[in-house]
Write a protein that binds this ligand. Structure first.
Ligand SMILES: [Zn+2]
Length: 259
């Protein structure tokens, strides 16, 4: 079978400090040959860099600042650190994760928008794809990306949970794939109904480890090896063979990230 790729995993998180090497070993045994690690913020960038250095044969990194880490006070320092690390010699496969998150708080929405636009511009200047996080902000995200239509944006809409209208609006604005994770295995959430109407050529697999663990491991810490359960669920929803889902999602991953 085509090797699997977890396109979104935070195995540099402290949740993996006790057994990171075993987690990587289990991923390889399950057939993964790539794990993409999206950055969060200046507090965790050192751990990200260390993890990339430790597992160069499987891990690839993305550099950016996550919307929930931003405030009006820290935005300039966070962006300066991203800019510095983009030039530190690491071969980043994307800028991310970046985006809009209105779920926890709307207090720093302005900072989120400014940082997102700034990092989208950097992705265009550097010809890098982006990894975009969106929570409770799909209308604003679709509208913002529509402003960039035709400028050559490309990347992943991570943890996609918008409507079919959001999907159709966003895919017209650039070269996008949509990250599908453990949520598609949950009975509630509505993601499965939307995935049923999506084109397999637009999907990539992800875990968002340590969060959003797929069934049958829901409730436990998530890890890259579990990405196969999401692939099985997508195969079931689309009525396709598992090997076809793994192969096509890998082709999609290569199209965006070149890996
Ligand atoms: Zn993430």
């Amino acid at each position: 079978m085509t090797p699997l790729c977890d396109t979104h995993s935070h195995i540099f998180d402290e949740a993996f400090d006790a057994d990171r090497a075993e987690v990587v070993d289990r991923a390889r045994e399950t057939g993964l040959d790539r794990i993409i690690l999206p950055a969060i913020d200046s507090e965790s960038h050192p751990r990200l860099l260390e993890t990339l250095e430790q597992y160069p044969y499987i891990c690839r990194g993305a550099m950016g600042v996550h919307p929930t880490s931003l405030t009006a006070e820290n935005i300039d320092a966070e962006l300066a650190e991203v800019a510095r690390l983009l030039d530190c010699g690491v071969e980043w496969v994307a800028i991310g994760e970046i985006g809009l998150d209105y779920y926890w708080s709307r207090e720093h929405v302005e900072a989120q928008h400014r940082a997102l636009r700034c990092q989208l511009e950097w992705s265009l200047e550097r010809a890098l794809p982006v990894i975009i996080h969106t929570r409770d902000a799909w209308d604003d995200m679709a509208a913002l990306l529509e402003e960039y239509s035709g400028r050559g944006l490309r990347g992943v809409m991570h943890a996609f949970c918008g409507t079919i209208e959001h999907y159709n609006r966003i895919r017209r604005t650039g070269d996008w794939v949509f990250g599908i994770g453990g949520v598609v295995t949950y009975k509630k959430g509505g993601v499965a109904e939307v995935v049923a109407q999506m084109d397999l050529r637009d999907l990539v697999l992800e875990t968002d480890a340590p969060y959003l663990t797929p069934v049958p491991f829901r409730g436990r810490r998530n890890e890259p090896a579990y990405v196969i359960h999401t692939a099985h669920r997508i195969a079931e929803i689309l009525g396709k063979d598992i090997s076809h889902v793994v192969t096509q999602t890998r082709i999609n991953t290569t199209r965006i990230f070149g890996i």
